[in-house]
Design a protein around this ligand. Structure first.
Ligand SMILES: Cc1ncc(C[n+]2csc(CCOP(=O)(O)OP(=O)(O)O)c2C)c(N)n1
Ligand SMILES: [Mg+2]
Length: 205
């Protein structure tokens, strides 16, 4: 499995998310945030997914952690922006401290605050090793991908790796037509998620 940091090359973000959708498993919940909360719902709608307010920086990982604790028989995947993670790096420490094995964090590393206009994050991209930071926080699975083909070929294996898992994807800017899309209304999504959880046998072990 590829895990070394690569400084050159980025994958198209829509294809990166589509690969995640193609590899979807039955017991999976997906929480998106920032640009992914605009792109992902255009590619796939699933009652067990929740697309958080793109502006809630640092909100998705704590939300995913809570869901992973409350739903131990599900796999929870959180897709977060890199700038948001940088603003709340302590969340990685908390995730490891809670010993959740059913949580996977996927960071879309575009080195910018894309949803607010593409400002640079505070990082010097060539010096930043997010997977290395995650590893230092205690993630036993901490991977980085820059090539779409590597990501596509490894993704099916990821649920079998020890959790919590951290994955950084070096991605290109989001195409404008996707970035302009609205995230589905949160109240509707919450109602749908509650219904899906209530009606599912995984709720009652
Ligand atoms: C404390 C705080 N500062 C600034 C903002 C404005 N803001 C909302 S989203 C965002 C950028 C998020 O960037 P990133 O997490 O990298 O996601 P991307 O847009 O690249 O997908 C910013 C600066 C905010 N919501 N909260
Ligand atoms: Mg970003």
């Amino acid at each position: 499995m590829a895990s070394s940091r690569q400084h050159s090359g980025r994958m198209p973000v829509v294809a990166a998310l589509q690969a995640l959708i193609n590899a979807r498993q039955e017991n999976q919940m997906v929480i998106t945030n920032q640009a992914s909360a605009r792109v992902y719902p255009q590619l796939s709608q699933h009652p067990l997914d929740f697309h958080y307010n793109p502006s809630t920086m640092g909100g998705a990982i704590p939300l995913g952690l809570g869901l992973a604790i409350a739903q131990p028989r599900r796999q929870v995947i959180v897709v977060s922006g890199d700038g948001s993670l940088l603003m709340s790096l302590g969340a990685l420490v908390t995730v490891v401290g809670k010993e959740v094995s059913n949580l996977t964090i996927v960071v879309l590393s575009n080195d910018m605050y894309e949803v607010t206009g593409g400002q640079k994050t505070p990082a010097r991209p060539e010096a930043l090793d997010l997977a290395g930071i995650a590893r230092a926080c205690g993630f036993t699975t901490a991977l980085e991908f820059a090539e779409l083909s590597s990501w596509q070929s490894c993704i099916a294996e990821i649920p079998s790796l020890p959790g919590p898992r951290f994955i950084s994807l070096a991605v290109e800017p989001t195409p404008k037509e996707y970035l302009a899309a609205a995230t589905p209304p949160l109240a509707e999504q919450l109602a749908r998620l509650r219904r899906a959880l209530d009606g599912n046998s995984l709720e009652n072990p």
